[in-house]
Design a protein. Structure first.
Length: 129
């Protein structure tokens, strides 16, 4: 029988997405995370995004679970740490972040995408489904 602990221990941990201008964000998906589906296999239509190194676009606002500063915030503090979490973030919002920051430069794996667009596949080394 698979236990909750087993599911958590077998969940993949993805390294941060790194963009051309140095912007980074953690994208995670799997059991116990804010992703769709909430399993350890995917493919995923929505992911959990957290701890961006720069303020995310305003399109992320509806998905914020914790305190967050956005790129359009007039009170934004330069050099601040943006410790926040966005739940059930659609890939379109991730694609917007990537486009705003010059594309992906890391060749690390991302959670597998379920959408047909697969915008990240050629940039991340993922093989298309």
């Amino acid at each position: 029988m698979t236990t909750y602990r087993d599911l958590l221990l077998t969940r993949p941990a993805y390294p941060p997405l790194v963009c051309a201008d140095g912007a980074q964000v953690s994208l995670q998906a799997g059991y116990g995370l804010y992703s769709t589906p909430r399993d350890n296999h995917g493919p995923y239509t929505h992911v959990e995004a957290g701890f961006p190194s720069v303020p995310p676009p305003a399109s992320w606002r509806p998905y914020a679970e914790f305190g967050i500063a956005y790129a359009d915030d007039p009170d934004l503090i330069a050099g601040a740490i943006y410790a926040q979490l966005c739940a059930q973030l659609p890939w379109a919002c991730v694609d917007e972040f990537i486009a705003l920051h010059g594309g992906v430069v890391s060749t690390t794996a991302l959670p597998p995408r379920a959408d047909a667009h697969r915008a990240g596949s050629e940039r991340t080394g993922e093989s298309p489904v």
